[in-house]
Design a protein around this ligand. Structure first.
Ligand code: DGY
Length: 321
């Protein structure tokens, strides 16, 4: 009997094809809509493996239902949607998708930083609504990026890739992380700062920390007050790292200049979300890793992790407890 793999979203058959000999796949048949919780609770009961997305909460209650489950292959580098401790207790391997999305996510981070600083979305909307009547000296003038200082909070793979991009713009790179990163210090002259110093000195503050108990609301009212009034805040990590009410106040009372946000606390959000309403916010629907190539690589890595575990090998990218 082939192991049963439950896939929580409709993904291209061509990706599953090479693994059909090894696995019996069952899949939620909608590509845009997440699987309802009650359906997933039923489906995991006889699944040997799960390929899931960040839209699913893989918590203790769900794992309690999944008596046969050996592996949860989460299609994201972040894994705050999975109860890692509960999985470990039950001997279930959890894998994520690092590396394959690093460059793509760093590209998007930089695009968002640039769009926020140079008011690109606002400028595009301006012309589309037929508002452009004259060229004038300060029309839609934004902030320079080159020769400024970027402060990267969370200097993992993506943070370092963002730092390399910043060097191409002649920026000074500051970073804050749980441990020093000698490679980044050597290769891109990244300078370690404690968090308060980084917040006070950076022109661009970029959040790339994973969401954990320690980083929840790391960017709170106090943190925004420590930033320059000209600072641009960019978040490509998880919405939970930010106190969104505090950010709203900081953006409306002039505490900081602008924000570029790819992630929000309660995703998906609507056009009526208070942050989306602001002209000095560029808001994106969590598309950090969303290139066709990278999304396919992420899915393939999930499938390779499943294959490794059922072949009796080590998972390729296990999440360490
Ligand atoms: C991740 O991988 O954690 C992103 O948020 C989605 O690509």
């Amino acid at each position: 009997m082939k192991p049963v793999i439950y896939v929580t979203r409709k993904i291209p058959e061509c990706l599953l094809e090479p693994y059909q000999g090894q696995f019996a796949f069952r899949m939620w048949e909608k590509s845009e809509e997440p699987i309802p919780r009650d359906v997933l609770m039923e489906e995991v009961k006889d699944a040997d493996g799960l390929l899931c997305l960040l839209t699913e909460q893989i918590d203790r209650d769900l794992l309690d239902q999944a008596e046969r489950l050996k592996i949860v292959a989460n299609m994201a580098v972040g894994f705050d949607n999975v109860d890692i401790a509960a999985a470990a207790e039950k001997g279930i391997t959890v894998t994520n998708t690092p590396d394959v999305l690093t460059a793509t996510t760093a590209d998007l981070t930089f695009a968002l930083l640039m769009a926020s600083a140079r008011r690109i979305v606002e400028a595009s909307a301006y012309i589309k609504k037929d508002a452009w009547e004259n060229w004038s000296p300060y029309l839609l003038a934004g902030a320079d990026i080159h020769h400024k200082t970027i402060g990267i909070v969370g200097m993992g793979r993506i943070g370092q890739a963002v730092g390399r991009r910043a060097k191409g713009f002649d920026m000074d790179v500051f970073y804050h992380a749980r441990s020093r990163k000698p490679d980044a210090e050597r290769e891109i002259d990244a300078v370690y700062k404690d968090l308060d110093e980084l917040l006070a000195e950076a022109d661009f503050v970029v959040c790339l920390v994973p969401l954990t108990d320690e980083t929840e609301h790391l960017f709170d009212r106090e943190a925004f007050k420590k930033m320059k009034r000209s600072a641009v805040f960019v978040n490509v990590s998880r919405g939970g790292t930010v106190d969104e009410d505090a950010l709203y106040d900081a953006l409306t009372d002039g505490t900081i200049r602008a924000a570029g946000l790819d992630v929000f606390k309660g995703e998906p959000i609507g056009a009526d979300h208070q942050l989306v309403q602001l002209e000095n916010v560029v808001a994106l629907p969590h598309i950090g890793s969303a290139s066709e190539e990278t999304r396919s690589k992420m899915l393939k890595l999930c499938l390779d992790n499943l294959a490794a575990v059922f072949n009796g090998d080590e998972a390729l990218t296990p999440v360490k407890v």
